[in-house]
Write a protein that binds this ligand. Sequence first.
Ligand code: BTN
Length: 254
Amino acid sequence: LKALKTSTMGQKLKILDSTVSTQEEARSLAEGGAQEGTLVIAEEQTGGKGRMGRKWFSPKGKGIWMSLVLRPKQPMHYTPQLTLMTGVAVCRAVRKITGVMAGLKWPNDLLVEGRKISGILLESAAEDEYVRYCIVGIGISANLDAADYPDELAHVATSLKMESGEPVDRVALIAAVLEEFEILYALYQQEGFGPIASLWEALSVTLGKPVTVNTANGPVTGTAAKLDHSGALLVSTGQGEYVPIFSGDVELKR
Ligand code: BTN
């Protein structure tokens, strides 16, 4: 990544042709003491992971499959804020490099007209309630064609190439993601989650929409209203009541 204008993010880099999951590669580097900003990129993942135990389709040479090591000095319960922050970074970079006007769906999906184009998986290791390290996994379906997708993804997923009509320069997009990420991470460390929450809200396609959220305690139906100071999604269920959602799957209703 020659033209990378960052001071830490991606400055240590491991590029792999094929791996099970860049999350596992980055985790073992982190366990070995890798510095903040260390990045693992793979051309292909044979066992790409999504949230909630799902698989992440990661065909060779078609996407951006990468994981970043972070060492934020903060309590574990703030780490969901980093997921949201990463979504903002990816969304801004995608818009800037490709012109595709993707939007954010809480907590971590990037959508174009309701179809998923990117996902984020944040995993962390703790010590005494504090973060020891985080692994921020970013998957961007860059240059997949419709024919690359298996049937079960055909109606729910899309790619930057399918949306913009031309192949994406993956190196330029990776550099832009890392640059946006570094700027937002510095802002987050200086000023906390407030400014990130505003940026996230401005790029959101969830807010103001009727949703059903499937949580461990059952479904919550209402209007996705805003983020709270922790990054939880506040769902308004009527009569001025807000239910905070800390984790779950949001279904957008039409
Ligand atoms: C999701 O939307 O469920 C999260 C998807 C995260 C995919 C990325 S691709 C790079 C990194 N390695 C993985 O195995 N998963 C993440």
